[in-house]
Design a protein around this ligand. Structure first.
Ligand code: FES
Length: 108
């Protein structure tokens, strides 16, 4: 076994791909591929901020925390800090999520 250096020093954001299938379509502007939409939006915005190499943004299997109608995400810090698992509305809460993650990856 070999320990690898982490190429994304601030960590990773995991976005459950299953949650979106349980959110009623009439609660979303775009109900298709909800996790992928969040991932792509984050990647685009992080790139604009020049931070895309600091945080890996991935869609994942089930994180097993959501209530029906919410989207689960997990922030997993790269080297230090606490894992943070959140549930949210994938569209209405996206800006708040982005700002929260920006704070985490811009600290220190
Ligand atoms: S279905 Fe996996 S955390 Fe929501």
């Amino acid at each position: 076994m070999k320990r690898e250096d982490i190429p994304w020093p601030k960590g990773m954001l995991l976005i459950c791909t299953k949650c979106g299938t349980y959110i009623p379509a009439d609660e979303l502007k775009n109900p298709k591929d909800v996790a992928e939409q969040i991932r792509d939006d984050f990647r685009t915005r992080l790139k604009k901020e020049g931070l895309h190499k600091n945080l890996r943004v991935l869609v994942s299997g089930c994180i097993d925390v959501c209530e029906v109608g919410t989207q689960a995400v997990a922030f997993v810090p790269g080297v230090e800090g606490e894992v943070e698992v959140l549930t949210l509305h994938p569209e209405k809460d996206r800006e708040e999520l982005f700002q929260k993650i920006m704070k985490r990856i811009q600290s220190k």
